[in-house]
Ligand binder design. Structure first.
Ligand code: HEM
Ligand code: FPP
Length: 315
């Protein structure tokens, strides 16, 4: 083998991308973002304006691309800590399949594409709120709060709460109390959702040096805070019915889901230190996803049913 051939065969692989389309898809955090996009869709459909299906589809697609882009930017910046956590070590950047520059370029390009598309197709208020949401998650939460304070996900959770506001703004060109209540539901839901996971992944966050609540305030305090936020989110979940935005059907579903959420949080609160398997925290995390999906699905069904009934289309 000549020297030239040998050099090319033995060349270090730094800077060489082995990325597949699947790796770029993984950068978009599709599973998490599917529920984010669903909440945006509900905000868009709930808005009291006639729905243009083409405009609505483009808007939801743009929000999905923007949400995915923020995930790619998060994975670009967090590659160092993702590398040392068991849950995230196999992600494309820490595993070396996608180069950091590729993830950054991909995230920036998709962010720009999403914001411009939403601005041109819907309106610039919606585009501005989407841009702010991407900025809040990728910069304020990821680059600052996450590594700095155990309140990281309380404040940073605002990013995850904006999508229904973006959806509502895309449909109406304005903000409203109703969309802000949808915001409040997600905002108050985020701490129980995430701290339940952080309880059984505390080792990961400790290794990565991230000040998540269980690592800083301890397990007992985190369990109490989870319970407190759950007591707050349950009544706020029912508020849209009490304010007359949706029917008692939604109210009943929200009350039942809220009661279930409190039940699981009670299980977490009463966890024994000997419960090393963390079963109540795992169940709480699982139920958090059912809770948020259930609340927004009930909202969607309620507003669509109300419109069908009002138009007499069922007759
Ligand atoms: C700052 C806010 C949030 C934080 C820190 C957070 C954190 C996490 C983490 C660490 C996971 C573990 C799964 C994984 O590794 O991908 C997860 C799962 C999940 N999160 Fe969140 N989350 C937040 C907000 C949200 C919001 C707003 C939604 C939806 C509206 C959401 C929906 C989901 C879903 C659907 C999963 C399950 C994904 C799966 O099945 O793999 N999260 N979250
Ligand atoms: C429309 C739009 C831009 C939406 C963005 C919505 C948003 C901010 C969702 C947050 C979801 C999430 C996975 C947070 C975890 O970050 P993490 O870095 O703590 O979790 P990780 O350790 O799994 O990376």
């Amino acid at each position: 083998m000549s020297i030239v051939e040998q050099t090319s065969v033995d060349a270090p692989e730094v800077g060489v991308s082995e990325a597949t389309a699947g790796d770029f898809l993984a950068l978009l955090k599709p599973r998490v973002m599917s529920l984010v996009v669903f909440t945006a869709l509900v905000g868009l459909v709930a808005a009291p304006v006639p729905l243009d299906p083409i405009l609505a589809s483009i808007s939801v697609l743009a929000i999905a691309v923007g949400a995915g882009a923020s995930g790619a930017l998060n994975m670009w910046y967090d590659a160092d800590i993702d590398r040392v956590m068991s849950r995230t070590a196999r992600r494309p950047v820490p595993a070396g399949r996608v180069q950091p520059g590729e993830a950054l370029g991909f995230g920036l390009f998709l962010s720009l594409l999403a914001v411009l598309t939403l601005g041109l197709a819907a309106n610039w208020l919606a585009a501005a709120v989407l841009a702010f949401t991407i900025f809040f998650y990728a910069v304020v939460y990821t680059m600052w709060l996450k590594r700095w304070t155990p309140q990281n996900i309380v404040i940073g959770g605002a990013a995850g709460a904006f999508p229904p506001v973006v959806g509502w703004a895309a449909a109406t060109g304005s903000l409203s109390l109703e969309s802000l209540i949808l915001f409040a539901i997600i905002f108050l839901w985020t701490p129980p959702h995430f701290w339940a996971l952080a309880l059984f992944k505390a080792g990961d966050y400790g290794r990565a040096g991230i000040p998540m609540m269980p690592n800083v305030a301890g397990e007992a305090s985190t369990r109490r805070q989870i319970f407190a936020y759950t007591l707050l989110v349950a009544p706020i979940g029912v508020l849209p019915w009490l304010l007359g935005y949706v029917s008692a059907g939604y109210g009943l579903v929200a009350a039942a889901l809220g009661a279930g959420f409190i039940y699981y949080a009670w299980g977490v609160l009463r966890m024994k230190p000997s419960d090393t398997a963390m079963a109540p925290a795992k169940q709480m995390f699982g139920f958090s996803l059912i809770y948020l999906f259930g609340i927004f699905a009930a909202y969607l069904v309620d507003v669509v049913a109300a419109r069908v009934l009002a138009s007499g289309a069922f007759l």
